[in-house]
Design a protein around this ligand. Sequence first.
Ligand SMILES: *Cc1c(COP(=O)(O)O)cnc(C)c1O
Length: 374
Amino acid sequence: MFKNPDSVREAVRAFKPYAPGLSIDEIAEKYGLSRVIKMASNENPLGMSPLAVEAIQRAAAEGFRYAQSGNPRLARAVAEYHGVDVSQVVLGNGSDEVIDLLVRCRAEAGRDNIVVNRPCFSLYPMQTKLCGVELREVPLNADFSFNWQGLLEQTDGNTALVFITTPDNPTGYCPPVAEVEDFAKNIAAKAPGALLVVDEAYMDLSGDEKAHSLLPKLNSFPNVAILRTFSKSFGLAGLRIGYGIMPANLADYLCRVRLPFSVNLMAEAAGIAALQDKEFLRLTKETVASGRVVLSDGLHALGCRPVPSQANFLIFRLPEDCKLDTEQVFTALLERGVIIRQVKSYGLPDYLRVSVGNPDENRVFLKELAEILN
Ligand SMILES: *Cc1c(COP(=O)(O)O)cnc(C)c1O
């Protein structure tokens, strides 16, 4: 029985919204700065592919039209790019939407459970809780590697989904693909109905996809879905396109349930163009790989303790003898126009996360941090 017309479900009342990185505009205004750099949300340090920009400009005049339902051209382009069948591809308004669809399509509230690492990408626990589904969290090992045994122990006949992220966010850790394969097989043996979701949002920035990605072998694993996104290596975060590659039967259900037109006309055009821009992707990979070394070396030189990362960001602790805490360093960087990310919401209050920027941004970040620490 409803008492009030404006009341909401218990899970909605308890919901803690996603904590996004701060925006350039809000920091520029708050501190009266003319130049602010953002190294907080793992966006592409080179911006957008010029081919994608052109494609958007061409598509702009068609903005009064709905995109073709289901975005079949983009789905085909994604399928071709990865060498999978188009029936396995589910596009979404960011891979966030595919995560949401997976939870809503697979998990029955009050009966099923979802297994995740702790810490993990916050969308998995958020959508799980919003749907009233039991969340089972397995702490990472002390070195941020995965507790495979612990994850397996938590997985049972009512497990709808097991989420892992490789390379992991926020740690940058990336397990060898052989470990992921063993885990997928062990899950299939113990809980034949469970789906393992491998979120590879950062995989093409890992430096060695062969050593880390399950995607080339996906069709030998009928209990696995892989998530990828246009937000990071392809530089289209603001346009919102991500996708899942999964068993065709499941993909079909997600596509039926998905809101019509969730991937818009401009995003679709940009996505198709971005997949063709091999040069931009190559440059992005090169910039991220070299920037990661610059940041890691620079942080070490300042006495900070970065964690090895296979992604376009890394987390680090401050020097052992540092008189400032992470909150103070984070704020001091903001005042100097450098936005990075606190990861206390991930349960890592002693760490800060910085995204790899372009060479200029990396230099400014290290210079400002050095001044703050001295
Ligand atoms: C950035 C990110 C995504 C991608 O999100 P989009 O909705 O596609 O922008 C997915 N998973 C992880 C772990 C991420 O860090």
